[in-house]
Design a protein around this ligand. Structure first.
Ligand code: PMP
Length: 348
């Protein structure tokens, strides 16, 4: 039987187990779904949608709504099925066998995976001892290795730390710098405003976190209209379906709900970090909806197992390079967070 194309690394994939547990705090989803009012409106729209027809190929209404929200022009917006697909389209367009992509580890694993599947040569560079990007080192790493596309995740997954965005400008030059702001709005920084008017910067956002719609798969990026036009010409025709376009459009009529949810999760995040101050763990002060931590007196994987025995699932990073013994907890509902904190007190 024919083998998959060489270099594809088939069988690796994404490493976050989907286990059946009572408290799921492992994939940075929102604990709350979209409101019933919003879903009702969606239902009505779907009843009237012409589902026998292909969708509007350029998702023009959604682009308009997104561009109004961010104060940019509609031709600066590209949408796709989750920000992973946005990143894939960026690398299909600007990566490939003749090109080099890079990021700073530890970071979101899909930059490497999608580089591989698009045949792009990926370079993993190191961070400083505080797990932040060291600007001077990054500049020489990018220059010496002739990087074409760089990924800066801010706040970074899995550390939750914000980067100094000036680094994106310092690194850009002739290359494309992608600022992945999947966890934007869980902090005060707005990379979209920062990147406005800078052709070499692209900002990626998702509906999976602040908009509570991970199950729907909507992501977008905002950048220079010439770059955005290239992404539209590379993605598949009709790649973005009518149904999710409608829900995403309607979501912008419910910005207050989203902001209330985000405000709540920010306060719960602070509550968990205050709790971490009282138990034997080391943690990184997060600007996202998750917190990376390392138990001081027990093996990280053992702690992960003990939480799982209590039907609490967090993300196990304990065997990853640079993240020895670390786990990452997603901020959940108040009740879920209480259960997590009780279990941690109990165990530690
Ligand atoms: N970027 C980062 C930094 C993420 O953490 C994630 C999801 N965990 C994504 C992108 C992908 O999000 P989605 O495809 O759900 O939009």
């Amino acid at each position: 039987m024919i083998e998959p194309r060489p270099g594809l690394g088939v069988g690796g994939g994404y490493h976050s187990p989907q286990l059946d547990v009572a408290v799921r705090l492992n994939t940075n989803e929102s604990p709350f779904g979209p409101s019933v009012e919003l879903l009702d409106k969606w239902h009505d729209e779907i009843l009237n949608a012409n589902l026998n027809r292909y969708p509007d190929r350029s998702a023009s209404k959604l682009r308009q709504v997104i561009s109004d929200y961010h104060g940019v022009s509609p031709d600066s917006v590209f949408v796709a099925n989750g920000s992973n697909e946005v990143i894939q389209t960026i690398l299909l367009t600007y990566g490939g066998p003749e090109r080099r992509s890079a990021s700073f580890e530890p970071t979101y694993a899909m930059y490497e995976t999608i580089s591989r599947t698009t045949g792009t040569n990926y370079f993993a560079f190191e961070r400083d001892e505080n797990l932040l990007i060291d600007t001077n080192k990054a500049l020489s790493d990018f220059d010496e290795n002739s990087i074409d596309v760089g990924f800066i995740c801010s706040p970074n997954n899995p550390t939750g730390l914000l980067e100094d965005l000036d680094i994106a400008i310092r690194l850009s030059g002739d290359r494309l710098i992608v600022i992945d702001e999947a966890y934007g709005q869980f902090n005060e920084v707005d990379s979209i405003q920062f990147a406005k008017g800078r052709a070499e910067l692209l900002v990626v956002r998702t509906f999976s976190k602040i908009w509570s719609m991970a199950g729907l798969r909507v992501g977008y990026c905002i950048g220079d209209p010439r770059v955005i036009a290239n992404l539209w010409s590379v993605c598949l025709p009709y790649h973005f379906d009518t149904s999710k376009a409608k829900l995403a459009e309607l979501a912008f009529e419910h910005v207050d709900e989203m902001e209330a949810r985000v405000g709540f999760l920010r306060s719960e995040r602070d509550r968990i970090m205050d709790f971490f101050d009282t138990i034997p763990v080391t943690y990184w002060r997060s600007s996202a909806n998750f917190i990376l931590f390392r138990p001081d007196s027990i093996d990280g994987h053992k702690l992960w197992e003990m939480l799982l025995e209590r039907s609490i699932l967090v993300r196990d990073w304990s065997r990853w390079p640079r993240l020895d013994n670390c786990l990452r907890v997603t901020v959940g509902s108040a009740h879920e967070n209480d259960l997590f904190m009780e279990a941690m007190s109990d165990i530690l």
